[in-house]
Design a protein around this ligand. Structure first.
Ligand code: SF4
Ligand code: SF4
Length: 243
């Protein structure tokens, strides 16, 4: 039953990856910026707002279950499955995020704010990539993400570059400040036998065994995919919703 959950998650995330030619502009930080420079709230801006709001309850569930770029990186695990070295390198994405936010604010100011909403901004009848030239952009984006995943390790792009991750981490920090009920992991050290299967399977390369042993299941890099929970033979890790 629980392994079926992971099959379902992987199927969903890969389906969303394969639909990227249609949906790319709805998840693109660049399209958001193009819109703000013209005073237009694009579909991607609306989606970013929704994902931020979702993080107040679901943390980084978006990254684990719905993000097409995440799905693509999990595909890359077939070639490169070593965990990222992480540490201070994880801070790079905060710099990317600050740069992105500065660009959003400055373009909004120069456009005089938001004048209109266009969910389908820059698409053709709602479809993102229709011209052959636009596929060049597609291959450049995914080529870059592929290189990150291959050179730096599992979900390297999520760890080091993605500004959306930062948005969701901020949402999670806000929730942790006020401690309202939200999705999180619970670990039971008494059930754990130290087999390390959870650490091996974690797509973010986290030392989940140590998290269970220390009773510290909250981790900014955890995408709440539940892979650790579903592989654990002792049911020592579970989803929880209590505060
Ligand atoms: S998979 Fe379960 S039993 Fe094994 S180390 Fe992780 S929490 Fe402990
Ligand atoms: S700790 Fe568990 S839920 Fe979090 S990213 Fe790793 S495998 Fe997924």
């Amino acid at each position: 039953m629980v392994m079926k959950r992971q099959q379902m998650r992987k199927a969903l995330i890969l389906l969303l990856f394969t639909s990227i030619p249609a949906t790319l502009f709805y998840v693109s930080p660049i399209i958001l910026l193009m819109g703000t420079s013209e005073g237009i709230a694009t579909g991607s801006m609306i989606l970013f707002i929704i994902t931020f709001l979702s993080s107040l309850i679901l943390g980084r569930f978006w990254c684990g279950w719905l993000c097409p770029m995440g799905g693509f990186q999990e595909l890359c695990e077939g070639i490169q499955d070593k965990p990222v070295s992480g540490g201070r390198l994880n801070l790079i994405k905060y710099g990317v995020w600050v740069f992105w936010v500065i660009l959003i604010i400055s373009t909004l100011l120069s456009a005089g704010g938001i004048h209109s909403v266009n969910i389908f901004y820059s698409t053709t009848s709602g479809v993102s990539l229709t011209e052959p030239i636009s596929y060049l952009v597609y291959f450049i984006i995914f080529g870059g993400i592929f290189l990150f995943a291959i050179i730096s390790g599992k979900r390297g792009f999520c760890h080091y570059i993605c500004p959306t991750c930062v948005l969701l981490i901020i949402g999670r920090k806000v929730r942790n400040l006020f401690r309202w009920p939200a999705l999180h992991l619970s670990g039971d050290n008494n059930l754990c036998t130290g087999c390390s299967r959870c650490s091996t399977v974690c797509p973010m390369g986290l030392d989940v065994k140590e998290m269970v042993e220390k009773g510290q299941m909250e981790n900014t890099e955890c995408i709440l995919c539940a892979s650790c929970s579903d592989i654990c033979p002792k049911n020592a890790i579970t989803y929880d919703f209590r505060n």
